[in-house]
Write a protein that binds this ligand. Structure first.
Ligand code: NAD
Ligand code: IPM
Ligand code: MN
Length: 351
């Protein structure tokens, strides 16, 4: 029996509801298959923690997380009480950066039993590889207060190492899937970083002659995700482009409440972090109606990462069985509360 040590950070809002729900499911799938177990240590780091202590986590918080096999996070953000850039940079982004989680893997596919808002939802199944440590998310810049001439400057950072790593990961992933990579670019309007991104894409592409590589301007790509999502296999994009495209991916699946994500440390030095695409959804927090599927599918990505793809595949199948049976939360057109959905998944894993 191998026991994995998982740092659980529910965070804010609905994170506090969907993380415990997903952990019950994770335990059920481990018990069913056998051979592994999970030990969770829960950390209350959140905006509540910030308001009590003046920081999102203790000074040695990152040191504490370092020794875990993985980090399982809900969502961060309580914008009515703490500015988002303070809470997110103090916890979520701090973890991504400290642990060199340079790849954010975000799958999207047509899900059994869910209604896509697309008029003709063909059978799409793609993964966005989002560069997760640099790009448009930088601390470089500043604000100058000059009355009517007030201005803000924000620099985007594209390193050869970070760009190449994301693009190379996308090509390797495509080699294990349907052999196609699409790069999200904007080199028609952004004159330094995007031509550089395109150049790296061409160079890495030349090393993979077996993969069909193409580029699309991110604005057009956003439209294609609505009009012909089934034509995509792996999409690689910068930090901000990947962020936006994956909310479109979530929407065409049927809702942001189901979309999963894996923040991967690919050099194996640090733990990876698993958190859904959605945020803390403050307006429905505390009502017990949040959709737990994004967090549960995220647990599947954690199983995959830990080397238990068989369990992960089985788990996702059971989740789809449940949506196909019509048990859905309100955001998906149903009326089931969070725990009714997650516990039905647990029940089906126990029989
Ligand atoms: P959000 O994802 O929290 O909510 C967007 C919409 O989707 C809302 O209508 C919400 O009710 C709904 N929604 C989201 N998840 C749902 C679920 N599981 N079930 C049912 N409905 C769900 O995005 P937002 O409103 O832009 O952000 C709210 C807060 O979350 C902000 O503080 C933001 O910065 C933060 N945020 C955090 C993360 C993260 O920690 N990974 C990600 C995105 C946003
Ligand atoms: C996400 C979120 C975060 C991001 C925010 C909350 C900083 O939107 O994980 O998709 O932009 O990375
Ligand atoms: Mn996002």
């Amino acid at each position: 029996m191998h026991t994995y040590r998982i740092a659980a950070i529910p965070g804010d809002g609905i994170g506090k509801e969907v993380v415990p729900a997903a952990l019950e499911v994770l335990d059920a799938v481990a018990a069913l298959h056998g051979g592994i177990a999970f030990r969770y240590d829960a950390f209350p780091w959140s905006c509540d923690y910030y308001l009590a202590h003046g920081k999102m986590m203790p000074d040695d918080g990152l040191r504490t997380l370092r020794d875990y096999d993985a980090i399982f996070l809900g969502a961060v953000g309580d914008p009515a009480r703490v500015p988002d850039h303070v809470s997110l940079w103090g916890l979520l982004i701090a973890i991504r950066r400290e642990f060199e989680q340079a790849i954010n893997l975000r799958p999207a596919k047509l899900f059994r039993g869910l209604e896509s808002p697309l008029r003709r939802p063909n059978d799409f199944d793609f993964v966005v590889v989002r560069e997760n440590s640099e790009g448009e998310y930088s601390e470089i810049g500043g604000r100058i207060h000059k009355g009517a001439d007030e201005l803000a400057v924000q620099s985007a950072i594209f390193t050869r190492r970070g760009t190449e790593q994301a693009i190379r990961y996308a090509f390797e992933l495509a080699g294990k899937r349907r052999g196609r990579v699409t790069s999200a670019t904007k080199s028609n309007g952004i004159v330094h970083s995007m031509p550089f991104w395109d150049q790296v894409f061409r160079e890495v592409g030349a090393e993979h002659p077996d993969i069909a590589a193409s580029s699309a301007h991110v604005d057009a790509l956003a439209a294609f995700l609505v009009t012909k999502p089934e034509t995509f296999d792996v999409i690689v994009g910068s930090n901000l482009f990947g962020d936006i495209l994956t909310d479109i991916g979530a929407a065409i699946m049927g809702g942001i409440g189901i979309a999963p994500a894996a923040n991967l440390n690919v050099n194996g030095k640090y733990p990876s972090m698993f958190e859904p695409v959605h945020g803390s959804a403050p307006e429905i927090a505390g009502l017990g109606i949040a959709n737990p599927i994004g967090q549960i599918w995220t647990a599947k990505l954690m199983l995959d990462h830990l080397g238990h793809q068989d369990m992960g595949a089985h788990l996702l199948q059971v989740v789809e069985d449940v949506t196909e049976a019509g048990l859905k939360t309100r955001d998906l057109g149903g009326s089931a509360p969070t725990l009714e959905v997650s516990r039905e998944i647990v029940r089906r894993l126990q029989r």
